[in-house]
Design a protein around this ligand. Structure first.
Ligand SMILES: [Zn+2]
Length: 175
């Protein structure tokens, strides 16, 4: 995708369905790592922007890296977020800072594989099955505008559902 944040739409919807079994922050970490290569190639002015990172083989390697590095890094970010919510008016925004291995691994690998899947529908320079095949059968599978709308819709659906579940839990604890 031209903008990494679009990938967060499907991730938010998966978080809404899977809850604590899926780390959205590690998923987001994986999205950023995935798009470092196209960004560097863009700056360099390369003709091909999506290379080895945007293959399923690359998704395995970056998924492993994202799980290993993303778990402690995202836990640190969440602790930092919680520390900034010191006053009693903001403490309701605190979230669970520890990320167990299973949700970290799920967030990392679902993150990298969904990234390659979605990107392969819109980037003509991608060869997702390299080095085994140079074909990209999913190119133009969905119209570009529809793909972006779908990501936004999934993000809104996921965000709304997460909010409803959070509010329901808080309400049932407070009552
Ligand atoms: Zn990408």
């Amino acid at each position: 995708m031209p903008f990494t944040p679009f990938h967060m739409g499907p991730g938010t919807a998966i978080k809404a369905v899977c809850g604590r079994y899926f780390s959205l922050t590690v998923f987001g970490f994986a999205q950023v790592i995935m798009d470092i290569e196209p960004l560097m190639r863009m700056v360099r002015g390369d003709n091909i922007l999506h290379g080895v990172t945007h293959t399923y083989l690359g998704a395995i390697c970056i998924g492993a890296l994202s799980a290993l590095a993303g778990k402690p890094f995202c836990a640190f970010l969440l602790r930092f977020w919680n520390a900034g919510l010191g006053t009693k008016y903001l403490c309701w925004l605190r979230i669970q800072a520890d990320i167990p291995w299973a949700p970290a691994i799920a967030g990392a690998f679902i993150g990298t594989f969904s990234h390659v899947l979605l990107d392969s529908m819109m980037h003509a320079d991608m060869q997702p099955f390299a080095p085994f095949s140079s074909n990209n059968g999913l190119l133009d599978f969905l119209p570009l505008g529809f793909l972006h709308l779908l990501c936004v819709f999934l993000g809104v659906f996921g965000g709304f559902t997460i909010f409803l579940v959070w509010a329901w839990r808080k309400w049932s604890i407070d009552v």
